[in-house]
Design a protein around this ligand. Structure first.
Ligand SMILES: Cc1cc2nc3c(=O)[nH]c(=O)nc-3n(C[C@H](O)[C@H](O)[C@H](O)COP(=O)(O)O)c2cc1C
Length: 313
């Protein structure tokens, strides 16, 4: 039977996992109020926290709704046993897939020897993949990577992962050292497509880096042969980034989505998640229209939901 990745029409679009951004509320708003991508992912979630006293605080990251499907849980961490148990939990919760983060370049994470540092620890990378497979009970597994640490080693690293016969491989076309400072190298992503055709033709290849529109994603599909394209920061510049055709949206439409986002944020977390985290979305919705700057300044000075709701009413 085909897995869900294989059933998607190409090129398919994926909303990138973004810590502090793609939580339950934002995904719900994208799924119900904005043009919906074909696949969504949770923020990266630590398997050690899931399997410890931190569980209560962490499990909120795995809240999702039916409207967000297909929805993938992204995990990271150190201990293969915790990956195994987390994969079992994710399967039980009803997710459509599991993504293993092998791309995070954040220094503290890298120093722990996990995520992007796994490029240099193939035995542990393999053990993690095998553990997730064992716990996933047939649920499709994807891995998100960068193309190297200092040196570009795309084919070596991607080739090793393709040999593990995973269902999808997501390539962010930058090295760890490059962080987000240079343009993503799509030629390197294109090399993985060719490698896939030889090593693991069933694996879906998803390219990631600097894509800012539906049309751009189609172009990447045509030029580099990727099956899908993942978009992250593009949604900050344009909440309608997953819409076909570059349509204009009115300030009222922007404000309407923001109000819904704010209300759902309050309803979901109340005081359980810091109100100020919501502020990072103000620039996304209140931008590029007459009076936007003044409105944004007012919103940024608020200290709670009520103050913001009053300004927007
Ligand atoms: C605020 C922020 C948080 C991110 N958090 C994650 C994460 O939790 N997991 C992950 O795999 N990548 C994370 N990333 C990387 C993105 O998923 C993506 O690979 C990167 O932004 C490049 O794509 P883009 O050019 O379309 O933004 C994050 C990026 C940003 C900007």
């Amino acid at each position: 039977m085909k897995n869900f990745w294989q059933r998607l029409k190409k090129p398919f679009l994926v909303l990138a996992p973004m810590e502090g951004v793609t939580d339950f509320v934002f995904r719900e708003i994208v799924a119900t109020e904005l043009p919906k991508p074909h696949v969504m992912m949770t923020e990266f979630t630590n398997v050690e926290s899931l399997m410890s006293k931190g569980f209560e605080k962490t499990i909120i990251r795995f809240k999702f709704s039916e409207k967000q499907r297909p929805i993938i849980a992204q995990i990271w961490g150190m201990n293969p046993e915790n990956y195994y148990k987390s994969a079992k939990l994710i399967t039980k919760l009803g997710f459509d897939g599991i993504d293993i983060n092998m791309g995070c370049p954040v220094r503290e994470v890298f120093k722990m020897g996990v995520c992007s540092a796994l490029i240099n620890n193939r035995p542990l990378a393999k053990e993690i993949i095998d553990s997730v497979k064992k716990g996933a009970n047939g649920l499709p597994i994807s891995i998100k990577i960068r193309i190297g640490i200092k040196e570009v080693v795309t084919e070596d690293w991607a080739g090793f992962l393709l040999e593990q016969k995973i269902e999808a491989l997501i390539i962010h076309g930058r090295t760890v050292e490059q962080m987000s400072k240079v343009p993503a190298d799509w030629n390197e992503i294109g090399k993985v497509v060719k490698l896939r055709n030889k090593i693991s033709p069933e694996t879906m290849i998803i390219g990631n880096g600097d894509v800012n529109s539906y049309e751009d994603a189609e172009e990447k599909h045509n030029k580099f042969g990727v099956d899908g394209v993942m978009i992250g920061r593009g949604i900050f510049h344009n909440p309608w980034v997953f819409e076909k055709g570059n349509k204009n949206h009115t300030p009222e439409e922007y404000k309407d989505v923001l109000i819904k986002h704010l209300n759902l944020y309050e309803k979901t977390y109340g005081d359980g998640r810091n109100y100020h985290i919501m502020k990072k979305f103000y620039k996304m919705y209140v931008n590029n229209f007459k009076g936007a700057n003044q409105l944004r300044i007012k919103l940024m000075s608020t200290n709670n939901f009520k103050e913001a709701q009053e300004i927007l009413s």
